[in-house]
Design a protein around this ligand. Structure first.
Ligand SMILES: [Fe+2]
Ligand SMILES: [Fe+2]
Length: 233
C-alpha cells in the first residue's frame, strides 16, 4: 500500500536505509516492487522512490503530468523510445508519456513531480560514458547532470579519505549513495542509503578507505515546483 504521505515533512532530516535492509513493497503491477523514500499526495503524488522491475515485467502506460527524472542503478530499463542501460540519467518533462518494461530486470531511482515550471527539456546522459571534471577539493570528481531554477543535480565521486569543507544548503540537499560508504559528522551511509537534508542544514562530509559515488541534488526546497492539481470534488 502507498499511504498518501511518507517522509513528507521537508523540514526534517531523513535517512532511509537501502532496500536490501528494509525489503521491497509490492506495486499494483506484478513483478514491479518499490522502496519508498518520500511521497506527498494521493493518486497523483510528488514522490521519490527506488523501483525494481523483475525480468520480463512491465508498467502501465502513463503520462508525466509533473515530469519524471530517473537514474538507472542496475540492469536495463526500456520503453517504446529505447533502452536505458545502468548509469542512464533521464528527464522526461511534463506532458511526456511512455509504457515502461524491462527484458532482463532493472532497478531505478525515480523522482516524480519535481520539475520547475518552464523546465521542458528532455535529457538522456549515459553517465558511464561521460567524462568527470575535477571537484572543489583534491579527491573529488564531479559530473553535472542538470541545472534549472537553482536546482542542481550531479554525480560526485569521492576518492578514499577525501574531506570536503563544512557547508550549508540554503535550499536543502538530497543524496543517494551509489557506491562505497559516504559519511558526515551525523553518520555513515552505505550504498543504497538515501538522505534528505533540510533547508539551511549544515554538514562536513568525508570518506574513509572505501571512497564513495553519490547522486546529489541541491536547491530543490528553495524552488517553485509544479504543483499537482487539487482533486476536484
Ligand atoms: Fe514514467
Ligand atoms: Fe552537502
Amino acid at each position: 500500500m502507498n499511504p498518501p504521505h511518507f517522509n513528507a515533512d521537508f523540514d526534517q532530516r531523513v535517512v532511509v536505509p537501502p532496500p536490501s535492509a528494509t525489503g521491497w513493497l509490492a506495486s499494483p503491477q506484478p513483478g514491479v516492487q518499490r522502496h519508498r523514500l518520500d511521497r506527498v499526495g494521493g493518486e497523483v503524488a510528488r514522490a521519490t522512490s527506488i523501483v525494481r522491475y523483475d525480468a520480463g515485467s512491465s508498467f502501465a502506460r502513463h503520462s508525466h503530468g509533473g515530469g519524471e527524472e530517473f537514474l538507472v542503478l542496475e540492469g536495463t530499463f526500456s520503453d517504446e523510445h529505447g533502452d536505458y542501460a545502468a548509469g542512464s540519467y533521464v528527464r522526461n518533462p511534463p506532458g511526456t508519456s511512455h509504457q515502461p518494461f524491462s527484458r532482463n530486470g532493472c532497478t531505478l531511482f525515480v523522482k516524480l513531480w519535481q520539475f520547475s515550471a518552464g523546465d521542458s527539456e528532455p535529457l538522456h546522459i549515459a553517465t558511464r560514458e561521460t567524462a568527470w571534471r575535477p571537484g572543489l577539493v583534491p579527491g573529488l570528481a564531479v559530473m553535472p547532470l542538470h541545472e534549472f531554477d537553482g536546482i542542481s543535480t550531479a554525480l560526485v565521486r569521492w576518492a578514499p579519505h577525501t574531506r570536503f569543507s563544512t557547508h550549508t544548503h540554503p535550499g536543502g540537499e538530497e543524496i543517494l549513495v551509489l557506491e562505497g560508504l559516504f559519511r558526515d559528522e551525523h553518520g555513515e551511509y552505505p550504498a543504497g542509503t538515501w538522505l534528505r537534508n533540510p533547508r539551511a542544514s549544515r554538514h562536513t562530509p568525508f570518506t574513509g578507505a572505501e571512497g564513495a559515488l553519490i547522486y546529489v541534488k541541491v536547491g530543490l526546497f528553495g524552488a517553485e515546483l509544479l504543483q499537482p492539481a487539487a482533486p476536484s470534488a
